[in-house]
Design a protein around this ligand. Sequence first.
Ligand code: NOJ
Length: 567
Amino acid sequence: MPIEADAGAWWKEAVVYQIYPRSFRDADGDGIGDLRGITEKLDYLAELGVDIVWLCPVCASPNVDNGYDVSDYRAIAPEFGTMEDFDRLVAEMRARGLKLMMDLVFNHSSDQHPWFRSARASKDSPYRDYYLWRDAPNDWRAVFGGSAWTRNEPTGDWYCHLFAPGQPDLNWENPALRRELYDVMRFWAGKGVAGFRLDVISFISKQPFDTPQAGVHFEFYANGPKVHLYLQEMRREVLAPLGVMSVGEAPGVSAQDAPLYVAAERGELDMIFHFDHAGLDRMPDDFWRPAPWRLSDLKDILIRWDRALAGRGWNSLYLGNHDLPRLLSRFGDTGAHRRAAATLFATMLLTLRGTPYIYQGDEIGMINTPFEAIGEFRDIVARNGWAAALAEGRAEHEFLAEHMQVSRDHARTPMQWDASRHGGFTSGTPWIRTNPDYAVTNVAAERADPGSVYHHYRRMIALRKATPALVHGDFVPVDAGNPDIFAYVRALDDVLLLVMLNVSAAAVDIGDLGRDGMMVTGNYDGHGRVLRPFEARVLRMAEEPGDYASPACSINEVDPAYMGLER
Ligand code: NOJ
């Protein structure tokens, strides 16, 4: 794709860093992360080299689902600070060349939102039609367990909630509701916000109420008949005039359907997050139960999504977020090969085609927390899951063993800044337990060690920024059927980069693959015909043998020390 055609699509060249504000840094000692804490750490983010910071929801919320249940779309949650703190955060970000992406939860509100409080009190409320009401429930199931309908005592009918009862779904059929939501976007854009992450945006248009559903399948909720009409309207009314970028969370959207959401000529979203690899290690009929995964499936998914969007739209890339256990514990190694695995996934994330999203703590190689009892979990998914397991007569240790593999709380333990108490996250008592691993894995230790995971992320971010082929180049899988190795080429003009990733703890003979290449960067010293456990290599391939008699090439010139060429 010619680069000129991308003018204005600055977010294609950007690297995003996702912050879970509750767990990032607590400046006021109440045990909950806050906006001032984030401001304190902006130099760290600037040093890492990211461009956009995605903040998980910071609006007022009763926290049934940690901010994904909003009671006031224009107010900052008091536990996170004030609107002045927010304005200062934006100003300090701007001073460092960082952009802010807000997380907007528009599929549902909180049941404490004034709209819902009014709507539930009377059938005559002007806000009644902002929500979805039925005289009787149907068989739809909620993502967090139980029925998707709750009876509303004052009016005797039932309201729809695809998540918790405290998260009533908004009725997008109502144009007045849509106008309110667009105004909220204008409000935040007016404060200097550069982009929006739109929570479960694929769910906003509902299937007809008589559509039967068994179990919890994201495909059922997603792609309702009017979703594209709504998104096109949103683009026309707000996203385009405001000039903000957008990424929609899109569970239930297949690679095949993805261009409908992100092809530029459709005028909908800039990017979506798919769930294909989020569900890779889950039972097909229950997202909250673990299942084994295979590298070949992960490769298939990544390749399928690239192909589906190639030349048609733009991909978003993530390997971890606040809804998933830690990347290294899921797909990598938490023992002898931990550093290698962490740096391998950094290499993967930053060399695939699409905008990379780094989840807080992955850049220092954080891993799952050894929760010891159900009572230590904070997530509504754990609490509801345990209540259901109890009702089925299951033992605590059995539920715990299973939930440990899927818990969202693994991603929500405090960010590990240093080796002091609670990892330097708070001077008080953290709202969720700290991973004891902070004593060895923390930002201070990682920054001090040039061979660390953190420095590898920095190198890879710098390499990506200095290498148009890694952003705009073609993506061509190599030896796609190989069960241990994920290899691909990124190519633009005369630059041809070969990425080789051994996503396994075994040594793998790669024969002559990459033999003529010049090492750009890697996570081990030296390179022979065997890829060591979790070894990652990026090689610049010669167009003609012998092209590298002269070491100078565009990549070298950026920063030879950074690019690992001295190894
Ligand atoms: C997706 C969010 O990422 C998740 O954290 C939340 O629980 C659900 N949407 C419901 O808002």
